[in-house]
Design a protein around this ligand. Structure first.
Ligand code: FNR
Length: 335
């Protein structure tokens, strides 16, 4: 369907499903095994309600959408999560994601397994566009230094180290269509490795895939500048909690974490209200993976439109929830 007929992020999923080959769509849509974690990521937001406050002047809500992420300014508290293989949805690969992020003035985190190289992605960036580069690392110093050098040259402002993938995910849905197969190789990802990596680059290294309060606290102890709560869109281990539930646990057991480092989170975010609920817990910025991959089927225009839609929804939902300023949101609004 034409872009102007889409009214919300889920419409991009339906459109992409019709447009893409079954194999390629399945790669994006897939979750691990029985896909409980995939479904739970979406459904968890329905188990927590918003409790709107009335009689609040919310007329300036839109002006409170902009935020900083690791000190960089963006127009909204949400970003494009790193997802491999943009080329499955669009012949131009990640071009639409880079350009859409610039047009919408939000953060994009390119994946190391993007269809385009780090260098090609950099050519689509505007001069002052801030991106954070996602990586997988296995402890091989020579390979790591090469990647870090390329990231530095591409003018990325941070490294997003994905730590939830010590092994491949069991992705039955994709395997049925012959897309990817889980092999038996295991990477040792340890705090020692993190401490060592810190000596190899001046760029901040964010940890993506933190899933417990204990790991969040360990990250504070290791001086990690930001953690990124995620179960990888339910693609790694079926049974893993959603980032929203992990954020709730941190809020209950160690709320100080939210002020000791920046906390980002993703998984199942499809509506403005989902973003509002995440922010209410103390999450600084919220990521979306699949919605933007599906939007990229329409290229730059699609991604730009998806960003506009979500900004609009976040502002409207925050206003109706009686939030005057998104920076002063707190848990009293969610239960
Ligand atoms: C991902 N994700 C991911 N994460 C990562 O750290 N490195 C990667 O290469 C990928 N690749 C990838 C491909 C595809 C097609 C998807 C859908 C996801 C996970 C991604 O960063 C993010 O955590 C989830 O997509 C968030 O869930 P939603 O928004 O898709 O529900």
């Amino acid at each position: 369907p034409p872009l102007d007929q889409l009214v919300g992020l889920p419409d991009f999923d339906a459109a992409a499903r019709r447009h893409m080959s079954t194999q390629n769509y399945t790669y994006y849509r897939n979750g691990a095994a029985g896909e409980w974690s995939y479904r739970n990521n979406l459904e968890v937001f329905n188990r927590y309600v918003l409790k709107p406050k009335t009689m609040v002047d919310v007329t300036n809500i839109e002006s409170t959408l902009p935020t900083t992420i690791l000190g960089h300014n963006f127009s909204a508290p949400f970003f494009i999560s790193p997802c491999a293989r943009g080329g499955y949805g669009n012949v131009d690969g990640e071009k639409g994601l880079v350009e859409g992020a610039a047009a919408g003035d939000i953060l994009y985190m390119p994946a190391i397994y993007a269809s385009l190289t780090i260098e090609d992605i950099a050519t689509y960036k505007t001069d002052d566009q801030v991106t954070f580069q996602q990586v997988y690392l296995d402890g091989n110093d020579t390979a790591t230094q090469l990647i870090f050098d390329r990231i530095q040259k591409s003018n990325s402002k941070a490294i997003v180290f994905t730590i939830d993938s010590a092994a491949d995910g069991n992705r039955h849905r994709a395997a049925r269509y012959g897309v990817g197969s889980a092999d038996s190789s295991y990477t040792l990802i340890t705090w020692d490795l993190y401490d060592h990596l810190r000596t190899m680059t001046d760029l901040p290294i964010i940890l993506k895939g933190i899933q417990t309060v204990e790991d969040a606290q360990a990250a504070v102890e290791h001086g990690v500048p930001a953690i990124y709560l995620s179960n990888h869109g339910g693609r790694q281990i079926d049974g893993a909690r959603s980032a929203f539930e992990v954020a709730i646990e941190i809020h209950q057991k160690a709320p100080e974490v939210f002020s000791q480092l920046e906390v980002y989170a993703d998984g199942g975010v499809r509506y403005g209200a989902d973003v509002v609920k995440m922010l209410a817990l103390g999450v600084k910025a919220v990521g979306l993976g699949r919605p933007f991959m599906y939007a990229n089927v329409y290229g730059t225009e699609g991604v730009t439109r998806a960003i506009e839609m979500l900004k609009h929804e976040v502002a409207i939902d925050a206003a109706n929830a009686g939030i005057a300023d998104l920076h002063k949101i707190d848990t009293s609004v969610v239960s």
